[in-house]
Design a protein around this ligand. Sequence first.
Ligand code: TXA
Ligand code: MG
Length: 349
Amino acid sequence: MKTKVLKISDVESDCSAILEAARLIRDGEVVAFPTETVYGLGANALDASAVHKIFEAKGRPSDNPLIVHISKRRDVDRLVRELPPAASTLMERFWPGPLTMIFRKSHLIPDAVTAGLDTVAIRMPRHPVALKFIECSGVPIAAPSANRSGHTSPTMAQHVLYDLDGRIPLILDGGRCEVGLESTVLDMTAEVPTILRPGGITYEMLKEILGEVRVDAGTLKPIEGRPVKSPGMKYTHYAPHAQVLVVRGELDKMVARINAMAEEYAKGGMKVGILATQETKDYYKEGKVLVLGSRTQLAVMASNLFWALRQFDDMGVDIVLAEWIETRNEGLAIMNRMLRAAAFRVIDA
Ligand code: TXA
Ligand code: MG
């Protein structure tokens, strides 16, 4: 299969590309499209055989449920059995945007979407191309991130092409994703709303509105021997080809330890990458240094993480030494992804 890439600079003037994508969806095909978080690989959420094509193209385990994307607030009503009152408040405040909520599903949602669960994850993205594409398709769109399973989520159309070239018919190229990490997944069926995956809508933002929010225990540590609420969190994820090690400690100690390790690895003939911050970048002596951003701008750092991991792969780096980032605000999502990329290998400086 030849994979076509169509660039969209303006939703109105490039509407023929979006109409072509919508036609593929109605024909039961898959299409990769931009959202404000990461690129998604979409199919008609109400058509089980279309949804199977997503799992096939990604090589995704079938026990990992998908998020259903909608373009209007009222689309949610027929997809769920009940809406807790707090959900409406959150929709008003954060939709469209990077917040996914989990509800009890209605009979319309096929088991292929939810991996047999009785619940469904729903979100309304805010990228104009995503909104137009969903609207023109006329159906809710089931979509995971548009990467090969286990690989880092794509934040640019060329990342999608790298992972899925020849496996899908079309990629809508809407430029680089603004948030850069996947949406926050919030379980609204729990007694107290619980964050299963941290993202751009932070714990602090949700707490301000809900009063009480929980964060799933597996957010910053491996999930061992207990039932997993968000099946996606149990897989090795976001893995670049290089091995990633996270170094934790006070800033100066962290830098000293990373410098010492980088020297060691370089002596051993390894190509070293360092995932640094604006505040520390000038202190590194060895290796390829990439800067996530300033520690005072966590959202910017979050938006660069997946891009940086893919850059290290392009550079042919063997080992990445990454600085620990404090886990407040967007820092929680950064460390959730970084620790998974590192398979939870953390060294105290
Ligand atoms: O930002 C995003 O959320 C992107 C864009 C494309 O919208 N999508 C995305 O999808 O990241 P995916 O499939 O890579 O991640 C979905 C996550 C997985 O961890 C999955 O296990 C969880 O959401 N999930 C989906 N449905 C669920 C459900 N009913 N209960 C618990 N977790 C669920
Ligand atoms: Mg994913």
